[in-house]
Design a protein around this ligand. Structure first.
Ligand code: SF4
Length: 349
């Protein structure tokens, strides 16, 4: 069940995450419940890249989807739905109610693409219920999780700006599911240089060279490393901190969640998710590393940085890697990150 983020209220902390607290505050909660009752997986689509990855995941894992979107979106993004069909993902789309970004003009449409459209829309709950009635109910063991607010990883805590208010929830490791089930071990040991797939060690060597030669490098630390999720994320946070100690000229830019900042942020410390280029232009960074950013967001950030800046880009990716970056290292576990950081030690000392 694919749900649009624009049907969640703008005050909801879940708006830009693939989750819902089922508080009863909007129709998305009704659809999450209906989906769980019928053994379906509800997913909130927060960007075009996430839609693409999710449809690909449906195809590769034999899922049929029920999506909710306005007609204009379908017309404009028809190509991705057609591709999904070619990949093997069939689906049904249900219209949504209200004034869409397309009704409001090009500017809002662009904002919606970036996930920052502020208007709230409604879903056809009764019609959805009728459609779903052909699917039998299953035992629903899902209970909305009471997670508690996210806790910053200790080594990186001081990089969160004082003005930042920790939301109820942020996008966590579970949102990586769009790619996780299909990743194969051998694909974790590769890298990309300017779109070409290469051995991991060759990509590593190139990444080190870029860091050494950069005069104003920066690292964007996303929610998967900035928050204390697990031993693995905490170890990565320690290593990012070590990297900063080894290379004092390295700037740390945090990307704690994917809510738009609406200009209320310090571009020297934080990244505005819909406009990542603002921070890079502000610091005149010639090299941007990325770690802990979800794959669908990483693709989006790369696209915007390529469009608006001259920065070189290195992604330290948990999964397959990103061919659109200048250099991408795949399967970035703590051991590989340690090797990357240690490779820079002799150079920086
Ligand atoms: S039902 Fe879910 S999406 Fe809607 S307001 Fe509540 S938590 Fe947010």
């Amino acid at each position: 069940m694919l749900l649009p983020y624009c049907a969640k209220p703008s005050w909801c902390d879940y708006r830009h995450t693939d989750d819902c607290g089922e508080c009863g505050g909007c129709t998305v909660g009704d659809l999450y419940r209906m989906a769980y009752e019928r053994g379906m997986i509800p997913i909130t689509i927060t960007s075009f890249e996430m839609l693409r990855d999710t449809l690909q995941w449906c195809a590769e894992n034999g899922y049929t989807y029920i999506g909710h979107c306005c007609y204009e979106f379908y017309e404009k993004r028809y190509e991705i739905f057609r591709k999904a069909k070619d990949w093997g993902a069939n689906g049904v789309l249900i219209d949504i109610i209200g004034t869409t970004c397309y009704d409001l003009g090009v500017e809002e449409e662009e904002r919606a693409y970036h996930g920052e459209f502020q208007v709230e829309l409604d879903l056809f709950v009764e019609d959805s219920e009728k459609i779903l009635s052909i699917k039998e109910k299953v035992e629903d063991n899902h209970k909305p999780e009471k997670k508690g607010r996210p806790v910053p990883a200790e080594p990186l805590k001081s990089f969160l700006p004082e003005y930042y208010k920790i939301p109820k929830t942020v996008s966590g490791p579970e949102e990586d599911r769009t790619r996780l089930p299909i990743i194969k071990e051998k694909d974790k040991n590769i890298g990309f240089i300017n779109g070409d797939k290469v051995d991991y060690d060759i990509a590593l060597e190139r990444a080190i060279e870029l860091v050494i030669n950069a005069s104003k490098p920066t690292i964007i630390v996303g929610p998967l490393v900035l928050w204390s999720w697990s031993e693995e994320s905490r170890r990565k946070a320690e290593l990012v901190r070590k990297l900063k100690e080894l290379i004092p000229r390295l700037n740390i830019h945090v990307l704690p969640d994917y809510r738009p900042k609406n200009k209320n942020f310090d571009p020297a410390r934080e990244v505005d998710p819909p406009n990542p280029h603002i921070s890079i232009l502000h610091g005149r960074h010639d090299l941007t590393l990325m770690i802990g950013v979800h794959c669908y967001r990483t693709d989006f950030v790369i696209r915007l940085l390529k469009k608006h800046t001259q920065t070189k880009i290195i992604t330290l990716c948990n999964l397959y890697g990103h061919p659109d970056a200048d250099v991408s290292l795949s399967g970035m576990n703590p051991e590989k990150l340690e090797r990357f950081v240690d490779s820079l030690s002799p150079v920086s000392s």
